[in-house]
Design a binder for this molecule. Sequence first.
Ligand code: FES
Length: 181
Amino acid sequence: MTRPTPLPPADFSVESSTPKARAALPAAQLAAVQAILSRHAGQPGSLLPVLHDVQDELGCIPPEAVSVIAQAMQLSRAEVHGVITFYPHYRSTPAGRHHIELCRAEACQSMGANALAAHAERRLSCHFKATSADGRYTLDPVYCLGLCAQSPAMMIDGQPYARLTPERFDAIVEQLDEVRA
Ligand code: FES
């Protein structure tokens, strides 16, 4: 019996990633990332603000930007990648037309957020951390929006909504479609 050939280990070293990886990022995006890095240069602990700014500017953190950020901040690609994947806020592909962030933390869970989450997946035809096939919705989990007293809660395109029920969720999404379709 032949054994499968093991895959080579992922190479997250800074050395592996420089001119070639940088070349993979379109010039306009590279310029935007470099401008952001310059703004934060010399500020200790600025990885999170850098990632926020890159995502705000480009709509996501393209995988090709990881090596550029890592090299500029003297971090390994694994460190930057680890932070991006740890925080649900960060994304490596652009969101759909409407970004729906549904709270999955405890207070919301105690008020029916799990059932609401299942309802949202059905209503949007889209799983969490994914975008619907028509590109209309991206559904993401968040872990507390500071609206615990009015849970369950969500945010759509930066706008908060509280005291949700499946019916209210449907009404909000319908309205969204009418206004911005
Ligand atoms: S737990 Fe959902 S808003 Fe705080």
